[in-house]
Ligand binder design. Structure first.
Ligand code: DC
Length: 220
């Protein structure tokens, strides 16, 4: 079958990456976690004490950042940072970092490059609106903020990180606000995206709903 692009967008904690990973395996697709790419830039900024409010300072160091994805490993300047990019410290600054235009331009170019000539599922915020406006299937995942916070707390706990529900909920609401009101590529459902609410669905049910859409729209 020909190559195709599936765009899976939605807010933090809507289940995008968990679902995308399973879909990629079942349909033999390349999976690209674009949020992880923004997290790698945020980690670099954090580790090098760069002030992310100073746009010029961020633009000046962008050429020092080499982002590679090898299998399920995220490599920043030749170092595996797969675990480091998921810490609360990175999570706290990634939204403002990802709102910077030069950061987006660099990563969007890379996302298009990586996807060339492949069957791909990408998860993010702007895949269906900006990165691949002609994607073969666009899904916009949503879930209530409380449900998303619950999932994040569980996810942190499974990695030995203790974060309380109220703090995570506040973070999620703050990120939703920044991600959806920023000037550059805000989080927004594309007009032709199918909305799937996972609040009351478990992972298997969510995967089934999207698999059905793939079969209907693409025939995979
Ligand atoms: O999906 P995530 O939580 O790993 O994403 C981290 C941040 O990156 C999120 O706050 C918004 C940003 N992001 C983005 O702006 N565009 C994307 N395509 C993916 C993520």
């Amino acid at each position: 079958m020909k190559n195709y692009i599936i765009a899976l967008d939605g807010p933090a904690g809507s289940g995008k990456s968990t679902i995308a990973k399973i879909i990629a395996k079942n349909f033999e697709l390349t999976y690209l976690d674009t949020g992880a790419m923004y997290r790698m830039v945020a980690l670099y900024i954090l580790e090098n004490n760069i002030d992310y409010n100073n746009i010029q300072a961020v633009e000046d160091i962008l050429h020092n950042i080499k982002v590679d994805i090898i299998g399920d490993k995220f490599i920043l300047n030749n170092i595996d940072v797969s675990l480091k990019i998921r810490t609360p410290e990175v999570t706290k600054i990634v939204s403002p970092v990802s709102a910077i235009k030069a950061v987006r331009t660099k990563l969007v170019d890379l996302q298009r490059e990586i996807s060339k000539g492949k069957k791909v599922i990408l998860d993010g915020r702007d895949i269906g609106t900006v990165v691949f406006p002609n994607a073969d299937l666009k899904v916009f995942l949503i879930a209530s903020p409380e449900e998303r916070a619950k999932r994040r707390v569980r996810d942190y706990a499974s990695r030995g990180i203790n974060e309380d529900f109220e703090t995570v909920l506040k973070d999620i609401l703050e990120r939703d606000h920044i991600d959806s009101t920023r000037k550059e590529s805000p989080l927004k459902k594309a007009d032709d995206a199918v909305e799937v609410d996972t609040s009351l669905l478990n992972i298997e049910e969510s995967v089934n709903a999207i698999s059905q859409l793939i079969k209907e729209k693409i025939g995979g």
